[in-house]
Design a protein around this ligand. Structure first.
Ligand code: MF3
Ligand code: CO
Length: 282
């Protein structure tokens, strides 16, 4: 049986925006701090401190026992990297996936988003690092735009695959799509219905309707999309040690369009290229 989708009111979406801005602020501070030589544990401390300053709470720490407030996944780590003593190096491809919730009207309202950074800036990195990052980010925005232009949740995966298909002849390689991890609804908890697949789905997909809030989060690889989980029970790596990249935003579908709750500009800049105007709620 499929779990039921919880449709949010505009007021509830506004609570979720508050949590979304906490996550956006964590991202901004991590983006600035992820320089060569910094330890991953120090970046987790920045994330934890930011959540605290906003009077919010971490939804990652303690989630099935997860020990940190942010997942930091470097190079061939796909998702759920646990911050450790590793010091970042110039040219590393690093994803920062984190979340927070606020309590409003006696309930929890969650946010969850992920961005990828190239340590030392794009020129410091290999062409593969730059191209995989740009491609994954583009796939995410195409998927988000599909929520505005499409009819069903499955249109997200179509859009992701279209971006890859178009890029393959230009890049000379085909990105893998990791299928083990998918996007999801979000609201009173971090993971809700519906599933948001990053690939062309078989079978009927839920209709896009106002009040849905979902995370769009493609994870692409430079090589095979096969992954393996390390004995720590969390760290997921590509089996062939190829690079992996992850981008995620949280998006509300409203009567008058879509709003990206984890983007400070509501998604305006990311969506412009796709001919979509983001809804601004305040
Ligand atoms: N942020 C992940 C997602 O996008 C979930 C992380 S699980 C945690 O769905 F345990 F690491 F928090
Ligand atoms: Co997510």
């Amino acid at each position: 049986m499929k779990p039921k989708i919880d449709y949010k009111t505009r007021e509830q979406v506004a609570y979720m925006r508050e949590a979304g801005l906490v996550v956006a602020d964590i991202h901004a501070r991590l983006a600035e701090a992820c320089q060569p030589g910094v330890r991953l544990v120090d970046l987790d401390a920045i994330s934890e401190q930011t959540i605290k300053e906003h009077g919010a709470r971490s939804n990652f720490k303690g989630y099935y026992g997860y020990p940190a407030t942010v997942c930091i996944s470097v190079n061939d780590t796909v998702v759920h990297g646990i911050p450790d003593e590793y010091r970042l190096r110039e040219g590393d491809l690093v994803s920062f996936d984190c979340g927070a919730y606020v309590e409003r009207a006696g309930e929890q309202w969650h946010a969850d988003a992920c961005f990828t950074a190239i340590v030392g800036g794009a020129p410091a990195a290999s062409a593969d690092v730059r191209d995989l990052d740009a491609l994954t980010r583009r796939a995410m925005w195409a998927g988000i735009a599909a929520l505005a232009k499409g009819k069903r949740i499955g249109d997200v995966g179509e859009a992701v695959e279209d971006v890859i298909d178009e890029a393959t002849p230009v890049l000379g390689w085909q990105a893998g799509i990791v299928e083990e991890f998918i996007g999801h609804g979000i609201g009173r908890s971090m993971h809700e219905a519906p599933d948001v697949l990053n690939y062309r789905a078989h079978g009927r997909q839920p209709k896009l309707k106002p009040g849905m809030v979902v995370c769009v989060e493609p994870i692409l690889t430079r090589g095979s999309a096969d992954v393996t989980t390390l004995p720590d029970g969390w760290t997921v790596k590509t089996r062939d040690h190829s690079l992996a990249c992850h981008w995620e935003h949280e998006v509300a579908i409203l009567d008058d369009g879509i709003a990206v709750l984890t983007a400070p500009d509501w998604g305006a800049s990311g969506l412009a290229e796709w001919g979509v105007t983001a809804v601004v709620l305040d």
